[in-house]
Design a protein around this ligand. Structure first.
Ligand code: PMP
Length: 305
């Protein structure tokens, strides 16, 4: 079992810095009973200049606020103060590279009324590559992503993650590393905790916003494609089209950029080492570490399938 804290860990709770072992919450909370809460997942990196920097902190806290508003959780917080609290949590825990988890949750209320008050927690832990360093063996899930007409799917709400847990668990039970979920129309949507991209004939594709969580890493990958002159298109595509990809990758704050080995046991045309995904993985690493990235993409001739 991974330990997220020890006797010395400090967290931020409603304006105070407390020991994780001494902080407490109400077991009658609406969030605990109904999954009515919002969270973020953010990473801090030690940059090339040796500074500890939270990557895209503003974007994450903007989404934190929007996620709360979408599901009517009051947001009486100031994002600059919350960002400062993140840095303070890192300092108090002597952390340089860490995963930061803000959580907005609601006090006791056993009715199904929208919350009238919100509490906020910020904790952090050291977390390596969330999906590992190896290429992923991915399985198409029997679970769909929730229908946007049944939920505010662009809100990073805790309750939504039961869908992610079910999909991930199913894939692992079948011996795969991770799941891929389709949307309610049968198009490829995303992973349980990451967005999907594929490469075909020198171009990169990813599903458009609408039936996915529009990831901040996804936005960074799109920015990098534009900067590096890699053609990028947002479009709906089927699992059959994905099977013909030259290479595929997942991306997310926790996962960063991680290549796929196979989908339902079938590999892709290009070795990952030669793919645009691998090149973007290096560009992403350079971006979060604030390093200059001057490498040019060297396309190899397409492998024979
Ligand atoms: N989709 C889902 C369902 C996720 O949980 C995540 C992780 N937050 C992502 C995509 C990627 O989002 P981000 O890049 O903002 O971490």
């Amino acid at each position: 079992m991974y330990s997220y804290y020890d006797q010395n860990t400090i967290l931020y709770l409603n304006g105070q810095y407390l020991k994780a072992t001494e902080a407490s919450t109400d077991l009658y909370g609406q969030s605990l009973h109904y999954g009515y809460a919002v969270f973020e997942g953010i990473r801090a990196y030690k940059t090339a200049k040796g500074e500890v920097k939270i990557f895209k902190a503003k974007e994450h806290f903007d989404r934190f606020k929007r996620s709360c508003e979408l599901i009517h959780i009051p947001y009486p917080f100031n994002n600059d103060e919350l960002i400062e609290a993140c840095y303070e949590v890192l300092r108090r825990n002597n952390m340089e590279e860490a995963y930061i988890r803000p959580l907005a949750f609601c006090p006791p209320n056993m009715t199904l009324k929208a919350a009238s008050e919100t509490e906020v927690l910020i904790c952090a832990w050291e977390w390596g590559a969330y999906l590992g360093e190896k290429l992923l063996r991915v399985a198409t899930s029997s679970y769909q992503r929730p229908n946007p007409k049944a939920f505010k799917i662009e809100s990073k709400s805790a309750g939504l993650y039961v869908n992610s847990i079910l999909a991930s668990q199913e894939a692992k039970e079948k011996g795969y590393d991770e799941a891929l979920l389709l949307d309610m129309n049968g198009y490829v949507a995303e992973g349980p905790g990451a967005n999907v991209f594929f490469e075909k004939d020198g171009k990169i594709f990813t599903p458009p916003p609408g039936n996915i969580l529009p990831g901040i890493t996804r936005a960074t990958v799109i920015e990098l494609c534009k900067e590096l002159n890699i053609p990028i298109e947002e479009k709906l595509f089927t699992i059959e089209e994905l099977r013909t990809a030259d290479s595929v990758f997942y991306c997310g704050t926790a996962a960063e950029v991680v290549g796929w080995d196979s989908l339902d046991g079938q590999g892709f045309a290009k070795p990952w080492a030669d793919s645009l995904g691998k090149y973007l993985q290096k560009a992403y690493k350079a971006r979060v570490l604030e390093q200059e990235f001057t490498e040019k993409y060297q396309p190899k001739s397409a492998a024979v399938v």
